[in-house]
Design a protein around this ligand. Structure first.
Ligand SMILES: [Zn+2]
Length: 427
């Protein structure tokens, strides 16, 4: 008996050691990118995902070859790649979509739409299943659809690569944050303006902490792409423009909400360029922008763009929530009082320990009273200040002022998460 038990123990510990060694990129992937074009169709009641096309992207894999599994429990969706032989998880990423925002609009309740979505994964060397997951009613990820991919049998297509400027090159894409700026609303006559605007946007991208302190961790590229006309569609002003990726103000009825739904076209423009994160640079002076976690960030060239862009990158790169109050945007049930929100920088205090409780100085009262005496961008101690996630009551933020609230510098909680995300691409 003892001998059998010993054997079991040895086998058990051997198994554990193997697992903790992690996933060797070269065992499962080649240094290329598999782009997955798919549709999400439905409304708040129900949605489904449908595979459109597999595309072999030109150029190498831009992401890390060591940080293959997503460590963050963020976003409403997750893509999980499993090799078929042992069912081992070899890649995952969490993200959000514009469809999710649609579901929180009045139309989204019951009117069915079909939106384009794109995910990039390292190109599998072995047969895999690709699980498309979303959170269930208990906020746990559940598989919604499975796409299969076998490099020996599955057809992939290619699209034409685009010319681009290298605005900053600091090293191998595997260990850098590769950010691509996509110009939107530039006609062929705007070539010089586009080149100058790329430099502006690069400055805005790297201008704020913690981005500035980690500027050598970034490669930055600018795609050379023109629309048929210049300018940005703004339905409220009766302006309709044939731009490169069809962006528009007044998304979901909000004047300043500037977004595009043309994800396939957007990603076509990125072919041949290493890309971890997308910035869409909109050629317009009108205030506006928008961003979604691991989807894209967009800002116009308004005079506030040096602040709008970092705020939007807080969403698209950090997966951070807005810390401001806007009851018009609160649609009632985005964040409900009985559950802890998913985003790292807001809390309902239902499970504050899972958030930044460990960063709060001792004896700080929770909730923390506002000290209105201090100046505009002066913050009290880290605590839990009421008013965040669009709601004036029941949701709390880490300090009084932050980039995610009022364009103050990123607060310590938001900075910490952004640095953790940078690490995911640079290690
Ligand atoms: Zn913050």
């Amino acid at each position: 008996m003892k001998r059998i038990l010993l054997f079991f123990l040895v086998a058990l510990s051997f198994g554990t050691t193997c697992q903790s060694k992690g996933i060797r990129f070269a065992d499962f992937f080649r240094d290329s990118t598999l782009r997955i074009n798919y549709y999400r169709e439905g409304c708040k009641m129900h949605d489904t995902v449908l595979l459109a096309q597999y595309i072999l992207k030109h150029g190498g894999w831009a992401g890390s070859t060591t940080q293959l599994l997503d460590p963050f429990d963020n976003g409403a969706y997750r893509i999980v790649v499993k090799e078929l032989q042992h069912g081992k998880e070899i890649y995952s990423r969490t993200y959000n979509t514009i469809f999710k925002e649609y579901c929180d609009t009045p139309e989204g309740k019951d009117q069915v739409v079909r939106y384009e979505e794109v995910m990039n994964i390292p190109f599998p060397k072995v047969a895999v299943e690709i699980q498309m997951q979303r959170r269930d009613s208990n906020e746990q990820f559940a598989t919604q659809a499975v796409f299969s991919f076998d490099p020996a049998n599955t057809a992939t297509t290619v699209v034409a690569s685009n010319p681009y400027y290298t605005l900053q090159q600091k090293g191998n894409p595997h260990s850098k944050m590769d950010v691509v700026i996509v110009p939107e609303g530039y006609g062929a006559a705007n070539a010089e303006k586009m080149r100058n605007d790329f430099e502006k946007f690069k400055k805005y991208l790297l201008g704020q902490e913690p981005f500035n302190g980690r500027r050598s961790d970034f490669n930055v590229y600018g795609v050379i792409a023109y629309g048929e006309e210049s300018g940005i569609t703004d339905p409220n002003k009766n302006i309709f423009v044939k731009s490169a990726v069809g962006s528009s103000y007044n998304t979901f009825g909000s004047d300043r909400y500037l977004m595009t739904f043309q994800l396939f076209k957007l990603h076509d423009l990125l072919d041949g360029i290493p890309c971890d994160h997308i910035i869409i640079m909109a050629n317009s002076d009108t205030y506006g922008g928008g961003a979604i976690y691991n989807f894209y960030a967009m800002s116009s060239l308004n005079k506030m763009a040096n602040m709008i862009l970092p705020h939007e990158l807080g969403h698209s790169i950090g997966g951070l929530a807005d810390e401001y109050v806007d009851e018009d945007l609160s649609y009632g049930d985005i964040h409900t009082a009985n559950t802890e929100p998913i985003e790292p920088n807001i809390t309902t205090l239902v499970d504050f320990k899972s958030k930044w409780a460990d960063m709060v100085p001792r004896k700080t009262p929770i909730p923390t009273p506002d000290n209105n005496e201090v100046g505009r961008f002066e913050n009290g101690p880290i605590g839990a200040y009421e008013g965040a996630g669009y709601h004036s009551k029941g949701i709390y933020r880490p300090v009084m002022h932050c980039m995610m609230r009022d364009y103050a510098p990123f607060c310590p909680v938001c900075s910490k998460r952004l640095n953790e995300v940078f690490d995911l691409y640079t290690r």
